[in-house]
Write a protein that binds this ligand. Structure first.
Ligand code: MSP
Length: 511
């Protein structure tokens, strides 16, 4: 069986997650489900990046230990992923003992072979905040957090030799055109970051303690990116007694990351792997951001709600569908409750919901729910059946390019065509004439087949709706194509999505 290893970034549990974090995770989940449905042995991983000064500070403010602080956020995150139907196979936490041990071994190995060396970190330091800043981060020459003076200080630190691998990296990227996507980000990495020259990366700190101790120099803790990026292999048992999963799944097939961290994933991460003499991931995809009403989602702007609020009102699949459908992958996209309601009404309630409801109701009304194929075909059916039969491949072509929105659009094109087929064949007219009874049954048969194929195709995106449609169709065939001799005994329909009146909803709720 072919394997497929897909990852999300590991998120900082400095606060509970928002719809932006859900964005990456829902997309990764949809791809993981898609691949599973296609028979791949999928390993889908997400998790949390728990060390560092920011978390240490947050915990202090909350008056708890850093571990206690992150434990709470992680519990909340796992509940969020459950409510979004996220089917991860493994949730890694960088505080997990096996991760900590493996990072220490990796650090030691890289030090012993000369890829990590001891040097001096020079930076601008804010003493009360215990934070280092770069010149560009300062506001009016002062600490961007507290506004006080910063001091130039030097700190002993370990560095990873990025410069040593620069030429090998450029050569790798250029000879593996699929490694960085989209194309625009690849060019940005090469031209803006790598070719001007790589500076060695600081990989340890002595100014805070919430991190993995450097095993041979305990006043240092491993600084975030080396700790964070290696999660993708430590979780599989790399450098542990049992590395079966590592052998089975590495290299990753797809790292999904946001555009601001693609730099670390396509420069630092490949170099760590080269230094460890390991194969590189097949693809790193840098997606755009979800903004809220045009603004960055941010705690300080207070412009977002707990994503479970949206699920509560619109259902999990409305949120999943919106995220997957609304934004062309790679671009930034806007999230708003208005747009979520519009999308849900137009596609899920009108196109999908109505089709299923109308068809199943007619099957019940005219044939007591029992439909088989009477094969009284007319010209219009050829086109319909052809479209049903090509759906699976049309969708595959898009998903393989990670064009999930376009893949979903293919399914909705067939759903819209099915609605048009009802309007054109007019089953209610056929029902009036006893002589048209077999034609009527054929029409309903074709519609049920189309709905079944669409429901199966939608499984990766909106799994619970897909299952609910199949339950109402009461049919177990799993071929994603038109079957000549299927048999239906549908149950009574239950509405899939209620239409939401946008104005009333917005007046009554503060979302
Ligand atoms: N901990 C690092 C990642 C380490 S991976 C080895 C980190 N964490 S993060 O919590 O700040 O962000 C994680 C991911 O969430 C990033 O890919 C980021 O782009 C994504 N998003 C955070 N806000 C987002 C939006 N508003 N929209 C889309 N993605 C967003 O960086």
């Amino acid at each position: 069986m072919k394997k497929f290893y897909i990852t999300t970034p590991i998120y900082y549990p400095s606060a509970n997650f928002h719809i932006g974090h859900c964005y990456t995770t829902i997309i990764a989940d949809a791809i993981a489900r898609y691949k599973r449905n296609k028979g791949f042995d999928v390993y889908f991983q997400t998790g949390t990046d728990e060390h560092g000064l920011k978390i240490e500070t947050k915990a202090k403010e909350a008056g708890v230990s850093p571990k206690k602080y992150v434990d709470k956020v992680v519990l909340n995150a796992k509940d969020l992923w459950k409510s979004l139907d996220i089917s991860y196979d493994y949730f890694i936490r960088t505080t997990d003992e096996n991760h900590v041990k493996a990072v220490q071994k990796i650090f030691t190995k890289l030090y012993e072979q000369g890829d990590i060396y001891k040097g001096t970190y020079k930076g601008l330091y804010c003493i009360p905040c215990e934070s280092f800043w770069t010149k560009t981060q300062l506001i009016d020459g002062k600490c961007p957090d507290c506004g006080r003076e910063v001091k130039e200080v030097e700190e002993e630190a370990y560095f990873l030799k990025l410069s040593k691998y620069q030429d090998r990296l450029v050569e790798y990227i250029e000879s593996h055109p699929d490694f960085i996507e989209p194309e625009s980000r690849k060019n940005e990495m090469i031209n803006n970051f790598i070719k001007p020259g790589l500076e060695d990366l600081c990989v340890s700190r002595t100014s805070f303690t919430w991190g993995i101790p450097v095993p041979f120099d305990q006043k240092h803790v491993v600084y975030v990116w080396l700790d964070a990026l290696t999660n993708y292999i430590t979780s599989l048992g790399y450098m542990s007694d049992d590395d079966t999963k590592f052998k089975q799944y590495w290299p990753a097939d797809l790292h999904l990351v946001g555009k601001e961290i693609i730099r670390f994933h396509t420069i630092v991460w490949p170099i760590i792997l080269m230094a460890l003499d390991l194969p590189l991931p097949k693809k790193v995809y840098g997606h755009g951001w979800l903004v809220i009403n045009g603004n960055k989602i941010s705690k300080s702007l207070g412009n977002y709600k707990d994503p479970r609020e949206y699920i509560k009102y619109f259902g999990v699949d409305a949120v999943r569908y919106f995220v997957l459908r609304e934004v062309p992958f790679g671009n930034d996209g806007n999230f708003s409750v208005e747009a979520l309601i519009d999308r849900t009404n137009a596609d899920l309630a009108n196109t999908l919901g109505n089709l299923v409801q109308r068809t199943i109701s007619m099957a019940n009304k005219y044939f007591e729910g029992k439909i088989s194929n009477k094969k009284v075909y007319e010209d219009i059916d050829n086109d319909f059946i052809k479209k049903i039969n090509s759906l699976d491949e049309d969708v595959s072509l898009e998903i393989d390019k990670l064009e999930i929105s376009l893949g979903l659009n293919k399914i909705f094109e067939l759903l819209r065509f099915s609605n048009k087929y009802i309007d054109e064949t007019m089953p209610w007219v056929l029902a009036k004439d006893e002589k048209s009874k077999d034609r009527l049954e054929t029409v309903l048969y074709n519609l049920l087949e189309s709905i079944r194929v669409c429901a199966l195709s939608l499984n990766f995106a909106i799994p619970s709706t897909s299952r609910e449609i199949i339950r109402q169709l009461n049919n177990k065939s799993s071929d994603i194509k038109y079957l000549e001799d299927n048999n239906y005994e549908v149950i009574s329909p239950k509405p899939l999505f209620g239409r939401i009146d946008k104005d009333t909803f917005l007046k009554e709720h503060d979302l």
